[in-house]
Every structure is written in structure tokens, then in C-alpha cells.
Design a protein around this ligand. Sequence first.
Ligand code: NDP
Ligand code: OXD
Length: 309
Amino acid sequence: MAIVLIRQDGKLDLWKRALLDQFPALPLYLYNEPHPKDEISMAIVWKHPQGSLGQYPNLQSVASFGAGVDFIIEDHSRPTGIPITRVVDDALADDMAEYVLTAVLGHLKNMDQYARDKQTTKWKPRPYSRIVDHTVGIMGLGTLGTHVGKALIKLGFRVIGWSRHPKTQPGIEVYHGAAQQKDFLNRTSILICLLPLTSETKGILNKSNLSHLQQGAYLINVARGGHLVEEELVPLLDSGQLSGACLDVFQQEPLPEKHPFWKHPLIKITPHVASVSDPKSVVPQLAENFRRLQNDEPLLNQIDLDLGY
Ligand code: NDP
Ligand code: OXD
């Protein structure tokens, strides 16, 4: 039994070193080096080449290097029914909360506008809003959404959430399911998307749904680019239905140079860095799952294969 690491973003060696530093005996191969395909029982992947999982006849589990698994679900070359695991990690959740707090507070105090004013040496005080003026709505109240919600509550924000199943979360009024989506959106002045990308959530940030938000609402998408219908965003900004958007994820990454989002003054762009898996912190759960696989024990952080998250 052995592990193959598959990612194409230049971080393969970093992860290999991190795994072997903490677990020197792990039988580990990189996908772009010669390796015995029939020995591979676990693939750890991040945006791997689609179809590449089909080369491993004895694959027993696929692990995501991150929290999301959409790119694994999409790869139908993997053996059906094998467990898929994802990262659940305190550092990842803290990083996400810090990113979202930065975006939210920057929006309240017009920080993007002042950055633009600086470029034209414009001295122009602008009206700002306060924490008490806002209701933050979090779409996707799972591991990360809940952690972000708690951080916002600590600062005094009114926080509401939306999930698939009914749930109680102290300090957060939770809406659930399609039937309550509109009521949730109606109350929201700052929307944070922290949903997994699935067939049900694809395109959920569309003109119709975003039109239910409070007039002048602010959008923060830190989930996946596929949630946003990109061509519908600019008209919503230009009409004033949305006052701005902070986007960390895009349908195509890197965002193409000619994409209209780059030049739009009300769109803040970051290059998929809201929270990045930290090898030191994440390696123990990956190694533990390999141990469990070898011992035929249930794996940590498995997704529900039917729901796709
Ligand atoms: P979880 O699986 O813990 O939470 C997902 C949440 O979404 C749950 O509350 C779930 O509801 C809800 N949900 C799923 N489908 C629906 C639906 N159809 N209708 C309503 N609610 C739904 O995921 P995480 O919090 O760990 O991560 C969320 C996403 O964040 C990841 O999938 C990834 O795409 C993204 N991410 C982005 C990063 C970045 O740097 N930009 C970094 C890390 C993650 P319920 O609780 O009822 O099941
Ligand atoms: C993740 C991500 O899913 O970084 O972990 O997007």
C-alpha cells in the first residue's frame, strides 16, 4: 500500500517534505515521477488532472489537500464508492475567519475606495457604516462558516446563516433549505458564501438570488468560482443593487488577464488565498488516514458521497 501526491501548482515537493519530516516511513510517490501504479491505495490531490485517478487499479481512498472536494467529485475515473476525505483543520478555519473579517471591516470603512482615491490623489471623506448597521448572512454554515460566524459575533455583528439541514448555533439565527433561502437573503446586507460546490449550489450567486439581498449589499465569495454566475455580477454592481464584491475564487483560475473583473472598481480580487492548507498542521490527519486505511478503520473527515460534500 502506498500514497501518491498529485497537484500541479508547484507545491508537490513542499508537501512531500512536510509528510516525510513528520512521518519518515510513509511510502510516498509523486505523480510526475515513475511509480508503481498498482501499489497506490491512497491519492492525495489538489486540482489534479481530471481522469488521472483512473490509472490506479487498487485505489481505496482519495484525500483532498484542502477543505473542498469538488474537483474530486468531478473526476469520474475514480473507483465508485471509495471514501473521499477532506481537510478539517483549526488553522484553516482561523485563516478563513481572519480573511473574512478583513474584507468585512474594510467594506464598512470604505478601504477599497480610499485605495482608489489615493491613485488619483483625491482627498475625499466618505460616509462609513458601523457594525451595528449590518446583518451578515453566511451561506454554508459548516466547519468554516460556523467559525467565521463566531468571529463576527465576537466583534458585535448580527449574524444569520443558511444551511441544508436545520441546526441551532448559539448567537446565529439559522435558516435552512430552499424554502427559507429568500427570507435569509432578504435580511442580509453582507453576504458570505462558504458553501461547497455541488450540483445544487453551482450558480447560486446569480442575479435572481442576489436581487433578494438588501439594496447595496456587499458580496464576499470565498467558496468556489462556480457559485457565482460571473456575467451577472457587473450589472448588479452597476445598478447599485450590490455596493461591491470581494472575490477570492473564480470560474477560471488564475483569472484570465482580459477578464472584466480586473478593471471593475467595485470588485476586490485575491488569488484564492482566503485560507490555504498549512502542511505542518494538515499532515497528521493525512498520515492518520493512511494508517486507518491500512488497518481497515473508518477514515477521518469523510464526505457524504451522495451529497458531494
Ligand atoms: P462544510 O462541508 O463543513 O460545510 C458546508 C456547509 O454548506 C454546510 O453547512 C452545509 O449544510 C451547507 N450546504 C451544502 N449544500 C447546501 C445546500 N444545497 N443548501 C444549503 N446549504 C448547503 O464545508 P467547509 O465549511 O469546510 O468548507 C466550505 C467550502 O469552503 C469548501 O467546500 C471550499 O470550497 C471552500 N474553501 C475555500 C477556501 C479558500 O481559500 N477560498 C479555503 C477552504 C475552503 P449542512 O450543515 O446542513 O450540511
Ligand atoms: C480549499 C481551498 O478547499 O483552499 O481548502 O479552496
